[in-house]
Design a binder for this molecule. Structure first.
Ligand SMILES: C[S@@+](CC[C@H](N)C(=O)[O-])C[C@H]1O[C@@H](n2cnc3c(N)ncnc32)[C@H](O)[C@@H]1O
Length: 152
């Protein structure tokens, strides 16, 4: 079983408060199964809930607020994930979005057909985040770019 499935949730679980919980969504059934298995092997099944399905369909059904939200799925859906993250946030919530610089394409004049939708939506994510007066945001040049936002 590859440890990379469920890896982020397993890492974040180290920072949970005593009764804290993590909800994570994976649409690929095999990856989801692998994540559930890895989480079980780490003894974290009582702390991490894996939902199998498309986040675009599942997120609107979740009516909870979270202290921290991590976006790391389809790049073309980042603006939608942001609107859902804001809906599930409160003052102090941290929203992390991974891969926002996407190999440097997002901050360049990249306009090739192949990744155009992803690049356009990542640019839109950053615009909506940086221009939102309710958020304090920074883009960190780590890995493929990490945007960290705090809800005021
Ligand atoms: C970069 S990996 C994230 C890995 C995750 N952070 C972890 O540590 O397991 C991106 C994952 O998002 C999933 N994904 C992409 N679009 C999705 C969507 N719309 N809904 C749910 N999962 C999605 C992919 O199947 C892939 O496994």
């Amino acid at each position: 079983m590859e440890l990379r499935f469920g890896y982020s949730a397993i890492c974040f679980s180290k920072f949970l408060s005593e009764n804290g919980q993590i909800d994570t969504i994976e649409r690929d059934e095999e990856r989801s199964k692998a994540a559930i298995q890895n989480i079980k092997e780490m003894g974290l099944e009582g702390k991490i809930n894996v939902f199998t399905g498309d986040a675009v369909e599942l997120l609107p059904k979740i009516n909870k607020t979270y202290d921290m939200i991590f976006i790391d799925a389809a790049k073309g859906k980042y603006p939608f994930f942001l609107s859902e993250a804001l809906r599930m946030s409160k003052s102090g919530t941290l929203i992390f979005a991974d891969n926002v610089l996407y190999k440097g394409y997002v901050m360049s004049d990249y306009n090739k057909h192949k990744q155009r939708t992803a690049v356009r939506n990542l640019r839109e994510y950053l615009k909506q985040t940086l221009e939102n007066p309710k958020l304090e945001s920074e883009i960190l040049e780590v890995g493929d770019g990490l945007c960290v936002s705090k809800v005021k």
